[in-house]
Ligand binder design. Structure first.
Ligand code: DGT
Ligand code: CA
Ligand code: CA
Length: 610
């Protein structure tokens, strides 16, 4: 289950600041956290977690819809009580229940839940000892006061100390999709273009960078600082300003004249390392490159478009997602830039849930939603029985779903449902369902849902063993990470990839913005190792299909091209690739030796690959 990062959360009491869906999701998540701390009924906790996810994934803006006097559509899994709370939060930013719960706990308590190894039980114990924030915890661990508390040994203490110190030293970052909810309407209001890490589709952003072209910069700056959601103005100049929004998101603004647009966009898109490298190429040609243009002496020779900036240093245009100084300049110089995969290249989705388990829509609704998005196929991959909280399928229920899908496929035109499962990979590497039922499916997606913290060798052996099952088609969310919340599992990713390649297994890039697992670095590694990547939504609702675009962004950061991505294949080409019989010894393209190998080695050493 996904928990939204709550660190540094602003307890909002700013009246009249519009409430975004992300705020509603966070409120529900905080309720779930606090109920858990009170040891309430897990089903009640889960109802609020689900509501958070529904709100977070909804495409329509709840507060705006209600403010216009329109009704919300029926939201599956959201009963009257939750709906009433949703209205209350949309109108006021909070609700009575949340306010009551907050009164019972000190303010920093939920941030403790974000540390690895700290669940509600332990946080309750800490609370009893008046250790109520990460800072207090860090102090207690340093002073050796934790090991006296039931369940905390010396080892736990040192692990917690490490995690707390890391947490405190790290600047807060926002998940891309969360930042988008606040930044998009703001940018639209200003007619601004968004640059920075946001444009590079980085999975998290430190702040959002706006660029406005105008000959009247003072006006643009005024409009920027007087936006309704601004909580704090940090800088206020004639062509630039910096603010923090009520939600805590910092936003920077720069205003430039029209003829500088390309140079400014290039400069503020970054990354800094990429900029420095481009500027160096300029210097070699006697050119000066800054945010106003490309200059030979006092003469401006380029800068109205980004393309003109690159052309001035003899390079073709480089896509923002590649601008990380990870070999893109060399590839550009040699004419070897990848042709990055695009959203429109995707023909289907290979990971989705329905009401049969913890999804919220029916098979038919999911099929029609996929069709409406122009997809050709959608794999239904419910949880298996071991994932009890999600009401995972046993063989009998899965068999019934297989029949239902076959019936539905006979009836629906223009969309094909694929019969699948997200089978749990047990601790010993065996799968949670017998081959007799797995072999009846079109594809088997395997995933880890517990014991994320096994030692590296055991975790790796577990995954490798699972991939030996002849039915195995795709390894889902391979590292199990949750951005800003759960670290990736320790895994020898190179060994996993080599095995995947040998067995014709694809790795999933889970597109959910809380996961984005594979990372960009691992995507690139997959490409180098000749392993196909499946960009999958893991949708639990019709709107959940929307996240594909984040998956595509991550894939592009990982240099993936159309051919590297499994679900760019039309159905007829896909089927033999996921079919079990063809998979023994099947391989993809030979591994290439792109300049990225060094790059991912460097970056992945912290994540597990040798
Ligand atoms: P973030 O905000 O931490 O997610 O990452 P960025 O890349 O958005 O970084 P940010 O907001 O500090 O700056 C936006 C862009 O401005 C950055 O990507 C490149 C450019 N920039 C900022 N400072 C410098 C600098 O000192 N030198 C150069 N060449 N470019 C810079
Ligand atoms: Ca930024
Ligand atoms: Ca910035």
């Amino acid at each position: 289950m996904i928990r939204v990062n709550t660190r540094g959360r602003q307890r909002r009491n700013v009246e009249a600041v519009p409430v975004h869906n992300a705020d509603i999701a966070r409120a529900f998540d905080e309720i779930a956290d606090l109920l858990e701390l009170r040891d309430e009924n897990p089903f009640r906790v889960r109802a609020y977690r689900n509501a958070a996810r529904v709100a977070g994934e909804l495409r329509l803006d709840v507060a705006a819809t209600l403010a216009e006097g329109r009704e919300l559509p029926k939201l599956p899994g959201i009963g009257e009580d939750l709906l009433a709370k949703m209205r209350e939060i949309a109108a006021t930013g909070s609700c009575k229940l949340l306010a009551e719960l907050r009164r019972k706990f000190p303010e920093g308590i939920t941030e403790l839940l974000e540390l690895p190894g700290l669940g509600p039980k332990r946080v309750r114990l800490l609370h009893d000892k008046r250790i109520d924030s990460i800072a207090a915890l860090e102090r207690a661990a340093r002073e050796g006061r934790l090991r006296g508390i039931a369940g905390f040994g010396e080892k736990t203490e040192s692990r917690i100390l490490e995690a707390a110190a890391e947490h405190l030293s790290k600047a807060r970052r926002f998940k891309l999709a969360d930042a988008a909810q606040y930044a998009e309407p703001y940018a639209k209001h200003l007619g601004a273009v968004i640059a920075g890490s946001y444009r590079r589709m980085k999975e998290t952003v430190g702040d959002v960078d706006f660029l406005v072209c105008s000959d009247r910069p003072a006006e643009a700056v005024e409009r920027f600082v007087s936006y309704g959601e601004v909580k704090e103005v940090r800088a206020h100049g004639t062509t630039r300003a910096a603010v923090v929004l009520a939600c805590g998101l910092p936003v920077d603004l720069r205003v430039v004249p029209r003829e500088s647009f390309g140079a400014a966009l290039h400069y503020f898109t970054g990354s800094k390392a990429h900029n420095i490298a481009v500027r160096k190429l300029g210097i070699e040609r006697g050119l000066k490159i800054n945010e106003y243009g490309v200059w030979r002496g006092k003469k401006r020779i380029a800068g109205d478009t980004e393309k003109s900036v690159y052309a001035a240093v003899g390079l073709p245009y480089i896509e923002p997602e590649l601008r990380e100084e990870m070999g893109e300049l060399k590839a550009a110089r040699r004419g070897e830039l990848p042709r990055l995969v695009e959203l429109a290249d995707l023909r289907g989705d290979l990971h989705a849930h329905t009401r049969a388990t913890d999804g919220r829509n029916t098979l038919r609704e999911m099929a029609l939603a996929a069709k409406a998005r122009g997809l050709e196929y959608l794999a239904i991959t419910e949880h298996s029985r071991r994932v009890a909280m999600a009401h995972g399928l046993d063989p009998a229920r899965l068999a019934r779903q297989i029949d239902e899908i076959e019936r539905l496929n006979g009836e629906l035109a223009g969309i094909q449902l694929l019969k699948g499962i997200e089978v749990d990979i047990l601790e010993d590497g065996s799968l949670d369902l017998p081959d007799s039922i797995l072999s009846r499916l079109d594809l088997v997606v395997g995933a880890v849902h517990g014991k994320f913290d096994l030692p590296r060798a055991r975790q790796t052996a577990r995954i490798l063993a699972a991939m030996d099952n002849p039915c195995f088609s795709i390894l889902a969310h391979p590292t199990g990470r949750l951005l800003e919340a759960r670290a990736p599992s320790e895994l020898d990713m190179l060994a996993v990839m080599r095995k995947a390649r040998a067995r014709g297994i694809a790795l999933e890039l889970n597109a959910h913005p809380d996961r984005l697992d594979l990372s960009d670095v691992h995507c690139r590694m997959a490409k180098d190792e000749g392993v196909r990547v499946a960009i999958s939504t893991d949708a639990h609702s019709m709107d959940g299909l929307e996240v594909l675009r984040y998956g595509v962004g991550q894939a592009r950061r990982g240099w993936l091209e159309k051919d590297d991505v499994l679900n760019t294949r039309p159905l007829a080409e896909l089927m033999p690739l996921i079919a079990r019989a063809s998979r023994a010894g099947a391989t993809h393209a030979a591994p290439s030796s792109l300049p990225s190998r060094r790059a991912y080695r460097r970056a992945s050493s912290s994540h597990g690959a040798p």
